[in-house]
Design a protein around this ligand. Structure first.
Ligand SMILES: Nc1ncnc2c1ncn2[C@@H]1O[C@H](COP(=O)(O)OP(=O)(O)O[C@H]2O[C@H](CO)[C@@H](O)[C@H](O)[C@H]2O)[C@@H](O)[C@H]1O
Length: 490
């Protein structure tokens, strides 16, 4: 099959979080399975150009209709660690992708509406006719709308869309100007409950809802979150829309790319190791301590890696730091916040804990340090409020770092409590799970993990090895996506 992924991120060239990992990892897996895969991405000024090989102009002066006129774009082409990618660079006074950041501008809905339109225009003009367009999150929710309402009449009648939702919280709320800019026009047609009208705001369009309504298949990134999105509040108002479209909605658990996340051949860690010989892990712990100026003592080291966002359970992350220190463990946090209140809160904590020899807070985005933390830590906490899939616990398992997670979303599908899991045998369990959102729930899970590390080190090592034995590669999810593509293709 010929598959084109249209997305706002692809690791490592454009990565704000897990979306980038998934777009890259899934594309590689599909290529290994013999499919032809291409990516269309925005050409941001701040992307990691050092991760693109052979960047060259592929299409000059692509004229993208926009409002009554057109925006002229150049399309560049290059390889991101073996993956062929097209980058769209608009030449307009709006400077859509020259903002010094990926997201967070007040006109994000216009930036990505433009990107969706430009991606389709590029496919049309360059005579590319993929079997499948795979779109991700609200940024590309307009692609199936434009395809079905416009582009199918220009010779793209055989293309089918799979739409993957990585986070229901951000839905792309827009006004009528999106319709006039993209040429969809007909306000009264689109401001309709059955189409793009937001389920709660009668004056707004919802781009993610458009993706759900118009795509041929819709999924989120774990089976449990697919259930939660329909029946609990984490669908952020789209539960009823999912209910209406339940026949084409499901959950496919993410994988991780074992060529990127593999302690046996990770270039970012000084001491490779494997489940058969864990001695390198202890050396990485030492290297991590040296790098972050932590003292080298016989204590467990607990980590948190992730966006500092309300989604990730910030009050519990905060409590985990102090509870670990109270219990004579060490704590390392790597994260960045876009929300100013959370940002200043954690900068305050960082200053407060700066001279503590058992704790380090690294505020910012640092891919290389993330690898060393996964390799050097003993445990990783993921106390999320909600979590569509979660990659940090899965990467943790692969690196022999025991996850301590809250039992929500994809965390339920990937982590099985060592002491209490109702379905897994003791030999199949791989971490610790708590359910409530209060400090005591987190403490009880952390205490059980730290207790095992301190009092029963052999048992702890067994748990580490059981976690490393899990296969969370793209192999199985790749097969599932392939099945979905086959189901919807013409
Ligand atoms: N400061 C930092 N420095 C370096 N690396 C950092 C970092 N902060 C995060 N990362 C990395 O970014 C990724 C984050 O993965 P998550 O699963 O937490 O994704 P996120 O919540 O962004 O995305 C959403 O999409 C993904 C993919 O579908 C879902 O798993 C998830 O539940 C959903 O919320 C990991 O690779 C992690 O190592």
């Amino acid at each position: 099959m010929y598959i084109v992924q249209i997305a706002s991120e692809c690791a490592p060239v454009i990565k704000a979080g897990g979306l980038g990992d998934v777009v890259y990892g899934l594309s590689r897996e599909l290529e290994v399975r013999g499919h032809c895969v291409e990516l269309i991405l925005p050409m941001y000024d701040c992307m990691r150009y050092d991760h693109v090989w052979g960047l060259h102009e592929a299409y000059r002066d692509l004229s993208v209709p926009w409002y009554g006129g057109a925006v002229h774009c150049n399309v560049f082409c290059g390889w991101v660690h073996g993956q062929l990618c097209f980058f769209i660079q608009p030449n307009s006074g709006d400077n859509f992708f020259n903002r010094g950041h990926y997201y967070g501008a007040t006109d994000d809905h216009m930036r990505f509406a433009f990107f969706s339109k430009a991606a389709l225009e590029f496919l049309l003009r360059s005579n590319k006719r993929p079997d499948i367009l795979h779109c991700h999150d609200w940024q590309t929710g307009l692609v199936p709308v434009l395809l079905y309402e416009m582009y199918q009449y220009h010779g793209m009648g055989r293309q089918r869309v799979v739409y993957t939702i990585h986070n229901f919280k951000h839905q792309g709320i827009a006004g009528a100007n999106v319709l006039w800019a993209t040429g969809l026009n007909r306000e009264s047609y689109y401001f309709h409950y059955d189409r793009l009208l937001d389920n709660f705001n009668p004056f707004a369009l919802n781009l993610m809802k458009g993706g759900i309504v118009y795509a041929n298949y819709v999924n989120t990134v774990s089976p449990h979150h697919a259930w939660e999105a329909r029946y609990e509040t984490v669908g952020y108002g789209l539960g009823h829309t999912l209910e209406i479209h339940q026949g084409k909605f499901g959950g496919i658990l993410n994988g991780i790319d074992y060529n990127v996340w593999n302690p046996e051949k990770d270039d970012y860690i000084p001491h490779p190791y494997s489940v058969n010989d864990l001695s390198g892990k202890a050396l990485n712990k030492k290297a991590l301590r040296e790098r972050l100026l932590l003292r080298d003592v016989d204590r467990p080291l607990i980590a948190f890696i992730g966006r500092l966002d309300e989604q990730k359970g910030m009050h519990l992350v905060h409590h985990a730091i102090y509870h670990a220190l109270n219990k004579n463990a060490q704590f390392v946090l790597l994260g960045s916040a876009t929300e100013p209140g959370i940002n200043s809160w954690f900068w305050h904590e960082k200053h407060f804990l700066n001279s503590n020899p058992d704790c380090h807070l690294e505020l910012g985005f640092n891919e290389e340090l993330a690898h060393l933390i996964y390799a050097g830590a003993d445990m990783i906490v993921v106390p999320s409020n909600y979590e569509p899939c979660g990659l940090t616990q899965v990467i943790g398992l692969q690196y022999g770092t025991v996850p301590i997670v809250r039992g929500v979303g994809g965390l339920v599908n990937t982590v099985f409590d060592r002491d209490f899991d109702p379905e897994k045998t003791p030999e199949e369990r791989n971490g610790y799970v708590f359910y409530q959102t209060d400090n005591h729930a987190l403490e009880s899970a952390m205490n059980r993990a730290m207790g095992l590390w301190t009092d029963y080190p052999k048992e702890f090592q067994k748990l580490v090895m059981q976690g490393m034995a899990y296969d969370y590669s793209w192999n199985y999810p790749g097969e599932q996506y392939q099945g979905v593509y086959e189901m919807v293709r013409c």
